[in-house]
Ligand binder design. Sequence first.
Ligand SMILES: Nc1ncnc2c1ncn2[C@@H]1O[C@H](COP(=O)(O)OP(=O)(O)OP(=O)(O)O)[C@@H](O)[C@H]1O
Length: 341
Amino acid sequence: MSDPVIKCESVYKIFGSNAKKMLHEANGNVDAKTFQDNGCIVGVNNASFEVVKGEMLVVMGLSGSGKSTLLRCISRLTDATSGKIYIDGQDLLTLNNKELIELRRNKMGMVFQSFALLPHKTVVENIAFPLQIKGIKTQDSINKAMEMVKLVGLDGRENYFPRELSGGQQQRVGIARSLAVEPDIWFLDEPFSALDPLIRKEMQDEFLRLQEKLQKTIMFITHDFDEALRLADRIAIMKDGVIEQLDTPANIVLNPATEYVRKFTEEVPRGKVLKIADLMEKPETENLSDFKVSKNEIIENVAEKILTQEKSVAVTDENNKIVGSVHPSKIIHTVFSREKK
Ligand SMILES: Nc1ncnc2c1ncn2[C@@H]1O[C@H](COP(=O)(O)OP(=O)(O)OP(=O)(O)O)[C@@H](O)[C@H]1O
């Protein structure tokens, strides 16, 4: 595995005037209720994890679970009460103001739910603006902004004002503006939540397409589990500031670590989420059906075909090599079982 781009070690963020003292006295045993009774709010409670280059970590949880606070600590919009945060191996808390501004300007991009576009500037001017702040010449910034306009599929609308665009289009401008500065690390805080479901799905598809191309290191916040499942390489599920589980979507659905996570995943249609690779077994050498299936297929797309086979089906990789097998009964068990842990 490559070196982590983002690394958190026992990060706490406690709000309240005697936060540091209480945290010290708690000795690593932070209980949200006890803290609250003593005038402190627990935002993030002992978060430790890494995000590697090109990975998309989706942070999910209900309102107030600490998602934004965690992101704000990592982008140092707020200071963590305790713990270590490293960006590309550099200790974030040791940076002075100047270094922090440089880091934010050159390495980090942020997109928030409110599009925060400048109303009196056109699409292309909005996107070029942060480049001009960086000192890039006007014409160069416009050229770069036009590239971004194309990337997010808004060509032809570059001279429109924000008020002349739909919500989805405005959000694309927000994304293009953030991408224009070519951040390595991208923080997105509920970027699609103001959009209606159809446009939201389109934006998710577009976002996946962009990420395929750009391979940014991303932390993406959502409270929509479907969105998390569609986008994430890994998902962190938060509750009361604690990361209850951080794992691949398949593991979260198949092996929930806590009762809370299990409840979250209970209604998830497994066939839509899991791939053949998530449930294949060792390759059988004999007694296989003639039908083969790719390990990357979503179960729902191939279930019907597999269920008509009597024997196990061979599972192949990208080079058509057999890497596993799956028995029809496994499909039935996975898609329809709702066992309680
Ligand atoms: N500046 C602050 N002062 C005091 N408490 C705060 C502050 N910011 C956040 N909190 C508290 O920290 C907890 C986590 O808030 P946070 O905004 O991180 O949650 P969230 O999961 O992002 O919620 P949402 O989905 O509603 O945005 C909440 O209890 C919140 O009230």
